[in-house]
Design a protein around this ligand. Structure first.
Ligand SMILES: [Zn+2]
Length: 125
């Protein structure tokens, strides 16, 4: 029952991420004045890529930006964008971008996926 096990591992990771997000400080406390934040996230692999947009509810969002690796074979794959995003938000940057290589592995090989993000933020005067 391969798929059952994979689903269980995925569910555990999801629960773990939820817990870390719940424990993290709130974005609104860390960056007073932030009024909106949107991340365009592109996960790149080989010649392909998947893009999605995340909009944050500033009042409730945790100051934690974790993107799970999208490759289901990847073990411990996760992109932690928190440091680069928080640094830019604290500097009140309205547009910034960055990237993070997956540190997970697929069998004996390192995972080659890369996440790139373009962020748009707004602040109250
Ligand atoms: Zn990965």
């Amino acid at each position: 029952m391969m798929s059952y096990r994979r689903n269980t591992v995925a569910a555990q990771r999801f629960a773990e991420r939820r817990r870390r997000e719940a424990d993290a400080p709130r974005l609104s406390e860390q960056v007073p004045g932030l009024s909106s934040l949107q991340l365009e996230i592109e996960e790149r692999f080989g010649v392909g890529g998947i893009k999605h947009t995340r909009r944050f509810v500033i009042d409730r969002a945790p100051a934690l930006f974790l993107v799970p690796c999208g490759d289901p074979r990847c073990i411990d794959g996760e992109h932690d964008l928190t440091a680069s995003v928080m640094q830019a938000l604290r500097a009140h940057e309205t547009s910034f971008h960055g990237s993070d290589d997956c540190r997970g592995s697929i069998g004996p090989a390192p995972c080659a996926r890369v996440v790139q993000f373009d962020a748009t933020a707004a602040y109250r005067a």
